[in-house]
Ligand binder design. Structure first.
Ligand SMILES: [Zn+2]
Length: 490
């Protein structure tokens, strides 16, 4: 067998140790509050995008090969008719088919001079076939089918990814025969998005420059000597903007830069004016257009596009005490975050993180309420009964009191529930004891009965014995009579 099977293993949706709380239905991110996607569903979505199509499902899939390599194209078409339900991938994997395809491909390669001088044309032909196989796995499913299967996840996609998804849905309806990657590679579509992206970026930069200029005017109005410092500060701010991943964090850090500057130069009177200017900075450059242009420039396959839409909203185990600070994998050290938020938090202390993600307090409470409900309903193993208590205590300690969850309600309900369970157990115990006592009594009764039965048996035995004895006497009497009569005869 030719080993052409290991083309694309797929993204690692299942990484790390998965905790039970992550898999609870309707789970939300404790940081941004959006719904998270579990890894099983993500793997299904990815499979929908990359599972090879049967050859006759997508007519015209062979056109590319027919145009580019006429002999291979012809064989492909022959196979498509011969095995209408088999995927191209499987057809190529078959030894006999592969041999036939290889000889056609080699003929094409030689005829079209598609191999480097001094190299083996057969190897070049092999590579073409491997490419075809890879394509059958990643590029040959029609966008319309993929988007239909993928639609179930739409509500769980985060931020701009949802907009990208909607845009792709529109395109999939417009070009149902093409694959997603074929669509984003279409010249018109690429040019349209690349141009829009460029315009947006230019506009954003201009807008930022306008506000930077205003800030400079305020400062130099009070202190003309600070003109150069404020220019340098602008460069530093732009650098922060470009190199900080978390959009909230980058705006926060720029704010801090300016506030420090004002403090140092005793210009705090300008504080509100400057903060007002900074408010106009957009949090991110990532848009539908920038994504589509980027995906095309980096040769994204359908699988890669689907994965990059899914990944940010997938569930992940957020270590309250980060692993880098010896935080363990224990359930009490964990919250559920989406991957995006998890990556943004990294190992930043909560006290700092909360300054640019204040919403986390609300959503952590919401998640804790959700998990508590699952515990109270008995949907989690018993060890989780202490999860809300242990975890909220840890959060309180590790955030220096900034995250102070309210779990009074849970504790009350859990107490009532545990009292009820105790009561139930006590009742069950009482019942068991009662039936045990009853059985003991019954046993005693039975024993007594057994004794009287035994006595009866003894009695009967005696009677039998005496009867046997009597019968013996009878026997000898009869013998004696018979003997007597015999004697008389003589
Ligand atoms: Zn999140």
């Amino acid at each position: 067998m030719i080993s052409v099977n290991k083309v694309q293993p797929g993204p690692a949706f299942q990484s790390g140790r998965y905790k039970v709380i992550k898999k609870l239905p309707n789970m939300i991110c404790a940081c941004c509050g959006q719904k998270v996607i579990d890894s099983d569903s993500a793997a299904k979505a990815w499979a929908a995008a990359t599972k090879p199509l049967s050859t006759n499902m997508k007519k015209g899939a062979m056109d590319y090969w027919f145009e580019k390599y006429p002999q291979i194209g012809e064989i492909f078409q022959k196979f498509a008719k011969l095995y209408p339900k088999k995927s191209l991938d499987k057809i190529i994997c078959d030894d006999t088919n592969f041999a036939e395809l290889l000889s056609a491909a080699t003929a094409d390669v030689i005829k079209l001079k598609k191999f480097k001088k001094g190299t083996d044309p057969t190897q070049a032909a092999r590579n073409i076939l491997y490419g075809a196989q890879m394509n059958s796995r990643t590029h040959m499913r029609s966008a319309n089918i993929v988007m239909q299967r993928f639609a179930a996840f739409k509500d769980k996609l985060h931020g701009v990814k949802k907009d990208i998804f909607e845009q792709l849905q529109i395109y999939a309806k417009k070009y149902p025969r093409k694959t997603i990657s074929e669509i984003i590679n279409m010249d018109d579509i690429y040019k349209f998005h690349a141009m829009k992206d460029l315009l947006q970026r230019t506009e954003t930069r201009e807008k930022m420059d306008y506000h930077f200029a205003n800030i400079k005017e305020f400062v130099t109005g009070k202190r003309p000597d600070l003109a150069e410092t404020i220019d340098n500060l602008k460069l530093k701010a732009l650098d922060t903007y470009d190199h900080t991943r978390d959009p909230n964090q980058r705006l926060f850090q720029i704010r801090e830069l300016y506030l420090d500057f004002l403090k140092e130069n005793h210009l705090e009177i300008l504080r509100w004016k400057i903060l007002d200017e900074l408010k106009h900075f957009p949090p991110s450059f990532t848009t539908v257009d920038s994504f589509l242009a980027y995906a095309r420039n980096h040769g994204y396959s359908d699988g890669a596009i689907i994965a990059s839409l899914l990944f940010p909203s997938m569930n992940s185990f957020e270590h309250i005490i980060p692993k880098s600070k010896n935080g363990g994998d224990k359930y009490s050290n964990g919250l559920v975050f989406c991957r995006e938020c998890n990556r943004n938090r990294d190992d930043i202390p909560y006290k700092e993180f909360l300054q640019y993600h204040p919403e986390m307090i609300v959503y952590t409470q919401k998640q804790m309420d959700l998990i508590s409900q699952y515990i109270l309903n008995g949907n989690l193993p018993a060890e989780y009964n202490f999860y809300p208590i242990k975890t909220s205590r840890l959060l309180y300690q590790y955030s220096d009191g900034a995250i102070n969850l309210d779990i009074k309600n849970y504790c009350k309900k859990a107490l009532v529930l545990s009292k009820k369970r105790m009561e139930e157990k006590k009742n069950a115990l009482d019942e068991a004891q009662y039936s045990r006592d009853k059985n003991i009594q019954k046993k005693a009764e039975l024993e007594q009965e057994l004794e009287s039965v035994n006595a009866n048996i003894d009695n009967l035995n005696k009677q039998v014995n005496s009867l046997i004895f009597d019968t013996g006497i009878e026997d000898s009497l009869q013998t004696k009579i018979l003997n007597y009569l015999d004697d008389k005869k003589d």
